[in-house]
Design a protein around this ligand. Structure first.
Ligand code: 13P
Length: 247
């Protein structure tokens, strides 16, 4: 089964109005894959406007599981819909570790995102301690099951999974393509226990120190369907090279 590749840039809390505009202007797209950018919330209106006549898709870096109300500092899915956002990154390890998001809360966010007709990019992955303890797949399976149990197997076909080993995020130390493929296959096999069809459809991206020099090798792996890129997505030449290696 050939799944369409996705290259997504997670800009995190980086950039300025000027640098964000410059970055978007320089991004290349190809008909054969999806290119997604995730600016800070405040730049979503500008970026959405800029990409209107391009093939670039826009993601938010988070969303509230609540529809509306007294939730100071939160952003709802209907607000994101006002700005043509198509994807929402959820459960990023920085949200889990720094802001206390739990598996249960992430599952609610995924459910709310699907109900709004947007595509969740569900981030999962183990810490170095968990890898060294040999429980990488157990951790990933627990994070996936929390979502599967809430949304059901069929709906999971609309979810994009991003496997991001915590030890590889922002460290310059990417998982090797073999290490990544092993976990991606393990995740797909786990989903296949519920539905072989859904497992074949779900895109599983790799994230964690992806750069132009390692992306082609990662993308060549059978179960790696693209990347969620942090630091390297802030450099337009580097990001374009990663995109090109996925086409
Ligand atoms: P880096 O590519 O900077 O390691 O970040 C990965 C990431 O967290 C993407 O969501």
């Amino acid at each position: 089964m050939t799944r369409r590749k996705i290259v997504a840039g997670n800009w995190k809390m980086n950039g300025s109005l000027e640098s964000v505009v410059e970055l978007v202007q320089g991004i290349q797209t190809y008909a054969t894959l999806d290119v997604v950018v995730a600016p800070s919330f405040v730049y979503l209106p500008v970026v959405s406007n800029m990409v209107r006549d391009t093939d670039i898709k826009v993601a938010a870096q988070n969303a509230s599981e609540q529809a509306k109300g007294a939730y100071t500092g939160e952003v709802s899915l209907s607000m994101l819909q006002d700005f043509s956002v198509s994807h929402v990154i959820l459960g990023h390890s920085e949200r889990r570790s720094l802001y206390g998001e739990t598996d249960a809360q992430v599952a609610q966010k995924v459910a709310a995102t699907l109900a709004a007709g947007l595509t969740p990019i569900l981030c999962i992955g183990e810490t170095l301690e968990q890898r060294e303890a040999g429980i990488t797949l157990d951790v990933c399976q627990r994070q996936i099951d929390a979502v599967l149990d809430v949304i059901g197997t069929e709906e999971f076909a609309k979810v994009v999974v991003a496997y991001e080993p915590v030890w590889a995020i922002g460290t310059g130390k990417s998982a090797t393509s073999e290490q990544a493929q092993e976990v991606h296959k393990g995740i797909r096999d786990h989903i296949a226990k519920r539905s072989e069809t859904v497992a074949q459809v779900v895109a599983i991206l790799y994230g964690g120190s992806v750069k132009a020099s390692n992306s082609a090798e990662l993308f060549a792996q059978a179960d790696i369907d693209g990347a969620l890129v942090g630091g390297a997505s802030l450099d337009v030449q580097e990001f374009n090279s990663i995109i090109e290696s996925a086409k």
